[in-house]
Design a protein around this ligand. Structure first.
Ligand code: GLN
Length: 384
């Protein structure tokens, strides 16, 4: 009965693992969302907005004051000029921003370059828009095979999906890598659709670079971000897309008929978020750095080979040798027998490589990570 469009993908494995963790009363290190509170001031702003009667539709593409604050933030932090009236669209999370951008800009049969490992959603995003994905591997050391990247671009390339910092590998794209991608986009008249939702979660002194700020890229980049990760409000579903006005007008048409608009009172509260002092962002990155090391040490001690993330809040590991299980079987074994969940690697890979990988999140309270560490320390790896 289902359309051919949706036959091309399965339900989210990330969210499925969350449901499995709940069923088995396991610690959920699968889905990337905080189990700690959102900032008090932000919760108060949302409650005040509801009591202050911000309860009807906002303007379809976002409340004016929020678009103005986003435009200011984009200029200061991302070095991108985005006119609040014609180049900013507020969406239901960055998930909608990505899907709306793909539907608005990509035709069936167009090719879209995607780095692998990739965030699970990009597969369905490509499938629904009819795009043909061209995967370019990121090496285990975080390097990009430049030849593979260059040869992935061709006459039919319409866009490249970027994600920096990357989920699940934690790779932060360097300026040089982004310059190469920008040149390829210009040479092939392609658009960069860049998901920068983890833009404030960076480690070891790394800095965030937005490809949309680079020479020649303003008019051919859709920069996507949102409030979920930076302000620990994943359930609010407020994201946004910045793009040159013709691209924006296409994105807004899809957004309008998909969702009409993002929740009005929460948009109002997000204005407060964007006015937080610089120290907020430093503390956020510092907190995640500490959690990164807690989980990295616990996983390494339990025999998992881990990739040290440069940004975002996930650790991608190899499945220890000799278990005789693939990623799905091993993830299910962990939930049932060890009491914690992870995401099977094949959610992030088109190639078979994902079958040997798992992803853990550390966006959890220290107590949660400590409890998971204790369970990890007691883990007896099955041997075939
Ligand atoms: N981005 C988060 C993750 O990768 C949450 C995904 C989701 O369920 N929207 O786990």
């Amino acid at each position: 009965m289902q359309s051919r469009r949706v036959e091309h993908f399965v339900e989210s494995v990330i969210r499925d693992m969350t449901r499995l963790a709940l069923k088995h009363d396991a610690i959920n290190l699968a889905q990337g969302f905080p189990d700690f509170s959102a900032p008090e001031e932000l919760k108060r702003a949302a409650a005040d907005a509801i009591m202050g009667d911000y309860n009807q539709y906002s303007i379809t593409w976002g409340a004016k004051d929020l678009r103005e604050e986003i435009s200011r933030k984009a200029k200061e932090y991302n070095h991108i000029t985005a006119d609040p009236d014609s180049e900013v669209t507020v969406t239901c999370g960055s998930t909608e921003a990505m899907m709306a951008s793909m539907l608005a800009l990509v035709d069936a049969g167009d090719e879209v370059v995607i780095f692998e490992p990739f965030y699970e959603n990009y597969g369905p995003d490509a499938a629904v828009s009819g795009a043909v994905p061209r995967f370019v591997p990121i090496g285990d050391d975080g390097s990009i095979d430049e030849d593979a990247l260059v040869s992935a671009f061709g006459k039919r390339t319409k866009a490249i999906i970027l994600n920096t910092p990357n989920n699940p590998a934690g790779k932060v794209f360097s300026r040089n890598e982004l310059r190469l991608i920008a040149d390829l986009c210009t040479d092939h008249d392609a658009i960069a659709v860049t998901d920068e939702i983890y833009e404030y979660i960076l480690y070891d002194g790394r800095e965030h670079t937005s490809i949309g700020s680079m020479d020649g890229m303003h008019d051919r980049t859709v920069t996507i971000s949102g409030f979920s990760k930076t302000y620990s409000v994943t359930g609010w579903r407020i994201g946004y897309a910045l793009a040159e006005k013709h691209l924006t007008s296409a994105i807004r048409k899809v957004h309008d008929f998909l969702t009409v608009g993002a929740p009005a009172p929460l948009q109002h509260a997000c204005v407060t978020a964007l006015r937080f002092p610089r120290s907020y962002y430093e503390e956020l990155a510092g907190m995640y750095d500490r959690k990164r090391m807690m989980l990295y040490d616990a996983l390494s001690a339990a025999g998992f080979e881990c990739l040290m993330p440069e940004g975002a809040y996930y650790i991608l590991t190899d499945i220890p040798e000799g278990t005789g299980m693939d990623d799905m079987a091993f993830a299910k074994y962990l939930v049932r027998e060890a009491g914690f969940s992870a995401v099977p690697g094949s959610s992030f890979y088109n190639s078979k490589k994902g079958k040997h990988k798992l992803r853990f999140t550390f966006s959890k309270k220290d107590e949660t990570l400590m409890a998971a560490s204790e369970r990890l320390a007691r883990l007896h790896l099955p041997r075939d």
